[in-house]
Design a protein around this ligand. Structure first.
Ligand SMILES: [Zn+2]
Ligand SMILES: [Zn+2]
Length: 390
């Protein structure tokens, strides 16, 4: 089969690789009908995630048709059309039973490796390094889905691939990010980065009742989409001071909740953080959490910081400000399965149209390497790339 494979920093190729095979009774094999490139795939492309190996198949946002099942008694049947959460869930461990699906203790087959760097393992992920299990991903014609009796959701009749695909990650991720701000109605929420997750976080915050939603973004296409998602204010940090403007909007109170949809890719300017920034320019980009620095300052005392953005190592944070202000920080990979029923209903009743951010469509995985670069460089107004393979 053909698949998008990682071969080193900046080197993604469309390779011919062996078709996946059933390895366990709980597996299914999917024929991928649609898949997408995620912002966090760019961390892999840029070589910021350790434990990638040449030839690894990428992709954790995918859906498709079941073409093989591991056992005749499998909950899924041949022909079922399913969308698959990016984290793998055993359904039996304590974390799964608590609904902490992203923290499944049994699905990461390299859990010991993960425990060495983070204390305890978290769930296995598709196409996302050997630290998260080394599972082949779904930017491919076929994919093996382990523990497929738990994670995958059958797509309701009448729902298109483009409507369902983002249930695999970015839609629930944006929703959880907003939920982490504890929105009860009337709040001001500021979102750093109006990429795919940021846009869904904006949309979610609006739906949860936030009064003002501020997007911090510089790219024209993304600013326009942020407005479309419901942002009431846009701050372009190349044109104005983010902290001053948030203070002005909140009448000197600070934002009730701030959301980091940038993560370790954050790039700032020297002017923004003065000396601190100048020193940090000498560090690698993953050690420069510009967005996080600003968020710590911009949030009101007793406010919430929500971090869905990905980090791959220690970063300096202003603990003094966090403690003085009594900030709650909520983070984490998304417990996708927790949100599937609710978000599916919101798509079905028209409350959410997840397709609005798709800017690039392809029917051919061989265009993948170029589209990765287009997405990384935000060329041609690229916000989201979707491959439709059926
Ligand atoms: Zn993703
Ligand atoms: Zn589990």
């Amino acid at each position: 089969m053909r698949a998008l494979c990682w071969h080193g920093k900046g080197d993604i190729r469309c390779d011919s690789v062996p078709d996946p095979k059933i390895e366990d009774a709980r597996d299914v094999i999917l024929k991928v009908s649609s898949c997408a490139i995620c912002g966090s795939d760019l961390h892999l492309m840029d070589g910021q995630m350790p434990s990638m190996e040449a030839g690894d198949v990428l992709g954790h946002e995918f859906m498709g048709e079941v073409v093989e099942v591991g056992s005749p008694a499998h909950k899924l049947k041949k022909g079922d059309r399913v969308v698959v959460p990016f984290n793998i869930n055993c359904g039996e461990c304590r974390q799964c039973k608590l609904g902490n699906w992203a923290c499944c203790t049994r699905s990461n087959r390299n859990g010991e490796m993960a425990a060495k760097v983070q204390g305890y393992p978290t769930a296995g992920l598709f196409g996302y390094s050997h630290l998260t299990g080394g599972y082949w991903g779904g930017q491919a014609e076929y994919v093996r889905v382990p523990m497929a009796d738990v994670g995958p959701m059958k797509v309701p009749d009448g729902m298109t691939d483009e409507q369902a695909l983002f249930l695999s990650d970015i839609l629930p991720t944006g929703w959880q990010a907003a939920e982490h701000c504890d929105i009860k109605g009337g709040e001001t929420i500021a979102v750093w980065g109006a990429g795919p997750v940021g846009l869904f976080a904006i949309k979610s915050a609006v739906m949860m009742g936030a009064d003002r939603v501020i997007a911090i973004e510089t790219v024209p296409k993304r600013k326009a989409l942020a407005r479309e998602a419901g942002a009431t204010d846009i701050i372009d940090f190349t044109e104005e001071d983010v902290l001053d403007r948030i203070s002005e909007i909140t009448k000197g109170q600070g934002a009730d909740g701030v959301i980091d949809c940038v993560g370790m890719e954050a790039h700032g300017t020297h002017g923004l953080m003065g000396v601190v920034s100048a020193v940090q320019e000498t560090l690698t980009s993953m050690q420069r959490p510009y967005a996080l620095e600003q968020m710590v300052m911009a949030v009101r005392p007793s406010g919430n910081i929500s971090v869905p953005g990905v980090y791959a190592g220690p970063v300096p944070v202003n603990m003094s400000a966090i403690v003085q202000k009594g900030i709650t920080i909520k983070t984490g990979q998304t417990h996708v399965k927790r949100y599937l029923d609710k978000l599916t209903k919101l798509i079905q009743d028209g409350s959410i149209d997840p397709t609005f951010l798709i800017t690039h469509r392809s029917h051919d995985l061989s265009e993948g390497p170029d589209l990765y670069k287009t997405f990384r460089d935000k060329k041609d107004g690229c916000v989201k790339v979707v491959f439709s393979l059926s």
